[in-house]
Design a protein around this ligand. Structure first.
Ligand code: GDP
Length: 316
């Protein structure tokens, strides 16, 4: 796989900005003739089909994410069960919104426990996804890091555990790192990235950074947050690396559809994932051609996520 730029799933459950209604035609005002209502161009079937395909893919991915269930827990690395399933590790600073994000993605209230005492030694919790009899992915919720009150030895111990897990967990296929969108990468976030950097650079482990709590930022701040993260992640980019970054909010569901799509694609066999990506690309190109040919409808509802917009998976 030669992607330093991540795939950009087009489907999004993000409702996008509300459309401002057109000002009503001041029909019959004194001195002005009544105007006709603007004509609506016929909808393009190609664009409609592409939209439908996106919605179907997002629904499929969300249903799949909803299948997440507790598998096992481990107090120490050596207690983690060996597995052949692709494993996705969720990591992030204490309070970055990791537990809430996992629960939101799984559309469950209490799958991951929001830690009431940040920094407390936590277990590593594993979840299974996919069909009950044939799970197709593992989500591993790793202890949050960076809680100020934790004593130095505990911090060093954490670093060892994370470094070992990220460098050596054999079936680790991806890391989802939660970074508070208001603060960007902290020093500890960068330290964590360094642990996994060699495997990200050679394409062995994918990286998806979620800029959490995006609801707390306005559009301009969101764009700045994305740019800042991209600048950090650019240092990891190679032809082999698969790195993405997305704005995310558990509160208003920004990015949920896109992120579910990405996670789901990681569970599929490579050929199937590539076929899906190719179909999505073809649909997007067909829609763009229809637009260029002027056959697109005049529905200005949800603009496509702009690069740097809500939930957009950003190329490095
Ligand atoms: P964790 O320590 O990384 O697992 O963080 P939690 O999931 O426990 O979240 C920490 C705090 O952030 C809690 O008070 C959450 O309610 C809050 N939070 C989590 N996600 C969001 C979000 O998307 N938007 C907002 N505004 N708050 C959030």
């Amino acid at each position: 796989m030669t992607r330093s730029t991540p795939s950009r799933p087009k489907a999004s459950t993000n409702p996008g900005p509300k459309r401002r209604p057109r000002p009503a035609t001041p029909a019959g005002q004194a001195g002005q003739p009544a105007q006709k209502a603007p004509l609506k161009a016929p909808k393009s079937p190609v664009k409609e089909a592409a939209k439908q395909a996106e919605l179907d893919a997002a629904k499929l991915a969300l249903n799949w994410a909803h299948s997440a269930r507790f598998f096992t827990t481990a107090a120490q690395l050596h207690q983690l069960p060996a597995s052949e399933l692709p494993e996705v590790a969720f990591v992030g600073r204490s309070n970055a919104g990791k537990s809430t994000a996992i629960n939101t993605l799984a559309q469950q209230r209490q799958l991951a426990y929001a830690s009431k005492t940040p920094g407390r030694t936590q277990h590593i919790n594993l979840f299974h996804l996919g069909a009950k009899a044939a799970p197709d992915q593992v989500w591993t919720d790793l202890p949050g890091y960076g809680y100020a009150a934790v004593e130095r030895t505990a911090k060093l111990r954490w670093q060892e555990v994370m470094a070992e897990y990220l460098a050596w967990r054999r079936n680790l296929c991806a890391v989802v790192q939660m970074v508070d969108s208001r603060h960007g990468f902290t020093e500890l976030d960068r330290t964590l990235l360094e642990f996994v950097a060699p495997r990200v650079r050679n394409g062995e482990v994918r990286l998806l950074v979620l800029l959490t709590k995006a609801d707390k930022l306005n559009r301009k701040e969101q764009a700045e947050s994305l740019r800042g993260a991209q600048a950090v992640l650019a240092e990891l980019a190679t032809d082999e690396a698969d790195i993405g970054v997305a704005l995310f909010s558990s509160l208003n569901k920004t990015g949920i559809g896109d992120v579910s799509n990405i996670l789901h694609s990681w569970a599929l066999p490579a050929e199937q994932a590539e076929a899906l990506a190719a179909a999505a690309l073809a649909a997007a190109e067909a829609a763009a051609e229809a637009d260029a040919a002027g056959t697109a409808d005049l529905d200005l509802g949800n603009p496509p996520p702009a690069r740097g917009g809500d939930g957009a998976d950003q190329p490095m």
